[in-house]
Design a protein around this ligand. Structure first.
Ligand SMILES: [Zn+2]
Ligand SMILES: [Zn+2]
Length: 318
């Protein structure tokens, strides 16, 4: 099969080995997949991953032990879990000690013609959600996770740092939850998009951090974003950290102690809620697509996705 593979360097492989079927897995033919910041971080050494990249996808089920799934259009949970360890048994299966993660940790991803996942990871996509929307299910679920982790009732001042792919999803989710949310970013066109969605926005160069925000969600993907978050959040406020960055820049964490800040790491989220929100047209994802490219152009697509101001790049497998 064709695949976009990272092994020290990124390459398009026209004849990569097909996924090896293991017991109980479902075989999927990928329709299209989205490039995400995590994919870019992997090519900079994050997770030390080697293999097929890609974890935001929509696919058709080719074969499965769950016969009801065959022929269905699906999206998938990316954590492949054991179901037996202490964390799985205590309801924290996304933190399974023996997990692999699609395209991120010990499990070939979806920038390929075929991919495999356990049937339990799959969710059927309703007709009201098209392929372009469906590739946003995984990152949108990650945005919904913020609502699962922090109580927002009565919180007046919520700031999203970063106007990239994830920041713009998080901002829409928070707006829909009734928060008066503000986005701080670098790109005038993205900030204009926020205004279109009735979300307040400010260019980062225009703000004077005042330690006055109840909640700051850092979606910048950079260490400097976290430093800014520490200056923007109020004492005893909460920073939700959505960024995974591979750089090991030294950072002064004293402000967390002095201001008694809660820091909440936040990763994958509820897939069903994301599908429902897309089906009900609650979230504008169409505006977030910058370019659609063929799998063969994967190296170029990744390069494009890494450029400032570029939002979602979609790889199509047809
Ligand atoms: Zn992602
Ligand atoms: Zn487990």
């Amino acid at each position: 099969m064709r695949a976009l593979v990272f092994d020290q360097s990124l390459s398009f492989q026209p004849r990569h080995r097909d996924p090896v079927e293991s017991d109980g897995d479902t075989l999927l033919r990928v329709r299209q997949a989205g490039v995400c910041a995590t994919d870019l971080e992997i090519t900079r050494g994050y997770m030390g991953y080697k293999g097929v990249l890609g974890h935001e996808f929509v696919a058709d089920v080719v074969s499965s032990p769950n016969r009801d799934l065959i022929g269905q259009r699906v999206v998938g949970e990316i954590n492949v879990v054991c179901g037996r360890c202490d964390l799985c048994l205590s309801g924290l299966s996304s933190h399974c000690r023996a997990r692999s993660v699609l395209g991120i940790l010990n499990h070939d991803g979806a920038f390929a013609d075929f991919v495999r996942l356990p049937a339990a990871n799959l969710h059927v996509v309703p007709k009201s959600v098209d392929d372009d929307q469906a590739v946003f299910v995984e990152p949108l679920a990650a945005a919904f996770q913020v609502l699962k982790q922090i109580k927002l009732d009565g919180r007046k001042w919520v700031t999203v740092l970063g106007d990239g792919r994830l920041g713009l999803l998080v901002a829409q989710v928070l707006r829909n939850a009734g928060c008066p949310v503000r986005v701080i970013g670098k790109h005038p066109d993205k900030l204009a998009m926020c205004e279109k969605w009735q979300i307040r926005s400010r260019p980062v160069d225009d703000i004077t951090p005042r330690h006055d925000q109840d909640v700051v969600v850092d979606c910048t993907g950079s260490a400097s974003g976290f430093e800014l978050a520490m200056q923007v959040v109020r004492p005893r406020g909460t920073i939700v950290l959505k960024s995974t960055f591979a750089t090991g820049k030294p950072m002064n964490l004293a402000p967390l102690v002095i201001d008694e800040i809660n820091v909440v790491g936040s990763r994958c989220g509820p897939i069903r809620e994301a599908i429902r929100a897309l089906a009900e047209k609650q979230i504008d994802v169409a505006s977030l697509i910058t370019r659609r490219m063929k799998l063969e152009q994967g190296v170029e697509a990744m390069e494009l996705a890494g450029r400032p101001g570029v939002l979602k790049v979609i790889l199509t497998m047809e």
